[in-house]
Design a protein. Sequence first.
Length: 84
Amino acid sequence: MLPPEISTMHGRFDATTRAIRTRELMDGFGWELFGHPPYCPDLAPSDIHLFPHMKTWRRSAPTMTRNCMQASVHGVEVSSGNIL
């Protein structure tokens, strides 16, 4: 059995009931809800365009240890100036 200070929500609650109950719990804990934009490049960077270039570069590079590979990738990031 759970202690009374732990609350669980299960069963058939509609979205409005769950939202109200969640807000009540947050208020009870003194938690503050922070809003955020639906998309923010700083929070979800989209660097997909870099992967093909990294794959091509990696295929042409000789086989190396993990540490050497990490150092060489870091060198590419620094030298390109626009990756990181």
